[in-house]
Structures are given as C-alpha cells and as structure tokens.
Design a protein around this ligand. Structure first.
Ligand SMILES: NC(=O)c1ccc[n+]([C@@H]2O[C@H](COP(=O)([O-])OP(=O)(O)OC[C@H]3O[C@@H](n4cnc5c(N)ncnc54)[C@H](O)[C@@H]3O)[C@@H](O)[C@H]2O)c1
Length: 286
C-alpha cells in the first residue's frame, strides 16, 4: 500500500534520530543524513544505548537488535538518500534552511518518492513550493517527542498534496507502529493550535496572580487528567519555541488573541528557556 522499502531522514537530532530508530526497528532500510558528523555520532550511540536497553527490558532480542543495526546507515553525504522511497526532513525549524534543502535535492528525487517534513509549525504549502512539480508528493509528517514513545503522527496535507500521497503516508506511519491522523495546512495544524493557547493562558494565569505555577500545574494535572501541567510542559518544549509558535499562530491566523503572554516573552529574554537552559518556569539546576 505504501510501497516503501527505504526511508531517508535529513537531520539526526532529537526528532530525526527518533524517526530513524522506529523506521529501522519496524523493518525499513534506513539512512539518516546530517551535516554534522558529531550529531551523527551522538545519534548512533543513542540508538545503540536505547536498543541495548530494549533487550534488557525484554522488548527486543539480541537478534532483533543486530538486524535493526544492519538496516541503519549514518551518512554525512546526501548520495545515500537518492534512492529512498521517502525523504523525511527533520532539521532546525527554519523556513529558508528547509526550503534550500528541498530545492537543492529537487533534481535528485525519483518520481515515486514522497517528500515529507517533520516541521511543527511551518506551512507545508509554502515548503512544497521549493520542489516545483513534485508538490503533489510533498506532505507534513509531524511526529511527537520522544518519537519512540509517542503514538501520534499528525499528517498534514498541503494545498497541492495528492490523495495518494496522503494514503501512502498514513500507511507508512502505521507500518512504523504509529497512529496517523490527518489535518489540513493551517497555522499550528491541530496539535499546536489547541495546545499552545492553553500553555499561553497558563502564563497569563501566573502573571495575573491567579495561582502559583506549581498550583496551576497541579490543577490542570489532577482536574483534567493531563499527565503534565502546562507550565512544566512549556519548560520541556522550550519557552523560546512556545513564543515562536505563538507568533506563527498570531501571524498565520491573523488574530491578536494568539499573541504570546508578556511574562512568557520576558522569561525568554532573561535566558530562562526551560529544561535545556536549566531554568524556565521551574528551576532544574539542582
Ligand atoms: N523537538 C521537538 O519536540 C519537536 C517535536 C515535533 C517536531 N519538531 C520539529 O522537528 C525538527 C527538528 O527538531 P529537533 O528538535 O530534532 O532539532 P535538533 O536541533 O535536535 O536537530 C536538528 C539536526 O539537524 C541538523 N541540520 C541542521 N541543518 C542541516 C542541514 N542543512 N542538513 C542536514 N542536517 C542539518 C543539525 O546538525 C541537527 O543534528 C524541527 O523542524 C522541529 O520543529 C520538534
């Protein structure tokens, strides 16, 4: 149904590494490409560590692990990707960088190849303009972090995405052990359009003194059965990323109600970016 044997991933960071892992574990020949050889080395050692842990926990056998490893290639040259049946891009969240990657590769793509981006906020329709006539094979494949654990792939149809591309992408996501849910290409898609305003509102509640951050999170966890409160989740996502996504929503949906909360922006200015900087809403330095 999906007609895919070989999966190529561009970017071996947090998301690209996770996508490569589940592709290989689920039987696909997988190549992961990155500009940075350090990033590729880190990706490979993380894969080896996670696969060994899966053996310790009885989820995989030694034989499964060696077969998975034999399906994985770590490439610092793009050549290894040209014959893949799908290319999934997972580099930094920057429109120009992503467009350049796709336009540089455009004449190397084969006719049946799906071109996918794991972007969490950039317009798929806009990205697809970088591949000319192949826009009908361009689609969003929005995985969630950590990829091996989170079940969802939000499959985003751009204006030109063909029905066949959507069907093949959904079938591939399922073959990778995920649940694929389609959405159309509007700012924030579904996930961030619904999640981010809730997080933003939690910052307003804190700023206006409605409750202390711990209490805002506790109320949302226990009252709404959320596994994590919105402020801790914001720290996990990165407060700078939250501001960026609010800006995408405000701009893309042309509505000021999506403007980032002043307190959220102030924490970013102060360098309190969340877990990655050791301090965001909460202090992780100890
Ligand atoms: N982190 C998340 O929670 C999350 C969730 C969903 C979607 N996303 C999206 O996934 C994408 C990647 O995010 P991440 O968190 O994995 O980032 P990351 O910074 O961990 O990894 C990005 C990787 O891309 C590589 N790279 C940069 N430019 C490149 C280029 N021109 N060619 C090849 N490789 C290049 C970098 O060396 C790095 O290894 C972004 O678009 C992000 O919005 C992230």
């Amino acid at each position: 149904m999906h007609g895919i044997n070989k999966v190529a991933i561009i970017g071996s960071g947090q998301m690209g590494g996770g996508i490569a892992q589940i592709a290989a574990v689920n039987g696909f020949e997988t190549v992961v490409y990155d500009l940075s050889t350090d990033a590729l080395d880190r990706c490979k050692s993380l894969h080896n560590k996670l696969l060994s842990r899966a053996v310790e926990k009885g989820r995989m056998t030694d034989d499964d692990v060696s077969k998975t490893q034999s399906r994985l290639t770590y490439a610092s040259s793009q050549d290894a990707m040209y014959d893949a049946d799908i290319v999934i891009e997972a580099v930094v969240e920057d429109l120009d960088i992503k467009k350049k990657i796709f336009s540089d590769l455009a004449d190397k793509f084969t006719e049946n190849q799906i071109l996918a981006s794991n972007t969490s906020s950039i317009s798929i329709t806009d990205l697809a303009t970088s591949v000319g006539d192949a826009a009908d094979r361009f689609i969003g494949m929005h995985f969630f972090n950590p990829v091996p654990v989170m079940k969802l792939v939000e499959v985003i149809n751009g204006l030109a995405t063909s029905e066949e591309t959507t069907k093949r992408t959904i079938a591939l996501s399922e073959a990778m052990g995920k649940v694929a849910v389609p959405a159309n290409d509007r700012a924030g898609f579904v996930s961030n359009r619904v999640l981010m305003p809730m997080i933003n509102e939690a910052f307003y509640a804190w700023m206006e003194g409605v409750a202390e951050p711990e209490h805002i999170d506790e109320i949302m966890k226990l009252g709404m059965a959320h596994p994590m409160g919105p402020l801790r989740l914001a720290d996990f996502i990165g407060l700078d990323t939250c501001v960026h996504i609010m800006e995408v929503l405000a701009e893309g949906l042309n509505n000021d109600r999506y403007r980032a909360c002043p307190l959220l922006k102030q924490l970013v200015v102060a360098g309190r970016l969340g877990n990655k900087s050791g301090h965001g809403v909460f202090d992780y330095s100890k």
